[in-house]
Design a protein around this ligand. Structure first.
Ligand code: MN
Length: 213
């Protein structure tokens, strides 16, 4: 999968109905095939006339937003951020158990326990006003924290690597849960693919976005 222009929709790693009954097939289909595709299309549109940027990775574009031509900073931030956040979001869903290992150790020492972590990220996600994300993130030394972000901002400019981004835009839950964001959060936290998340954590713990080309 290339990580530069023209960007392409990353295929879902599972079937539309794989997350039932926690997240319904219709929501997954629209969310991935329509919403994320729109971010892809608009990101490519923004970059079309800037061939100098065509070899730059998504991470590099997002880390260096302020150095991009003025007129494309906002579309790259919104649409590039949308692509980046959703690639991780769909990747880390599925379901498995976390049975020990470096990530569990870090979660225990940072939050007290896995349940406390879930409570804390749920609380953060509930208090994102409007559209945005609540994420478990790691710095380049593996230190964990929960971060809220708005719209399609990424954590990349803070040089933080998102490990578990929870989408709280209404499009991620409205079809099934309507305004019941808390219920969506309880359910999504039951289908985290901890195996994938552990791999992300070990990658994140050595990721320095300032080095991205
Ligand atoms: Mn979304």
């Amino acid at each position: 999968m290339k990580n530069h222009y023209p960007f392409e929709l990353k295929p879902l790693p599972y079937a539309y109905d794989a997350l039932e009954p926690f997240i319904d097939a219709k929501t997954v289909e629209f969310h991935h095939d329509k919403h994320v595709q729109t971010y892809i299309d608009n990101l490519n549109k923004a970059l079309t006339n800037y061939p100098d940027l065509h070899n730059r990775s998504l991470e590099s574009l997002l880390y260096n937003l302020n150095t991009l031509p003025n007129e494309i900073q906002t579309p790259v931030k919104n649409n590039g951020g949308g692509v980046y956040n959703h690639n991780i979001y769909f990747d880390i869903l599925g379901s498995s158990e976390l049975k020990g290992g470096k990530l569990l150790d870090a979660i225990n020492s940072t939050f007290g326990s896995l349940d406390k972590f879930k409570e804390e990220i749920k609380g953060a996600a509930l208090t994102v006003f409007g559209s945005g994300w609540a994420s478990l993130a790691s710095d380049k030394n593996g230190n964990l924290q929960i971060v809220k972000s708005f719209n399609q901002e990424t954590l990349i400019p803070q040089n933080l690597c998102s490990i578990i981004p929870i989408d709280v835009w209404e499009h991620s839950y409205y079809l099934k849960y309507q305004n019941r964001r808390a219920e969506y959060l309880d359910n999504i936290l039951q289908i985290i693919n901890w195996e994938t998340v552990e791999k992300r954590y070990s990658e994140c713990a050595s990721t320095d976005f300032s080095q991205c080309k």
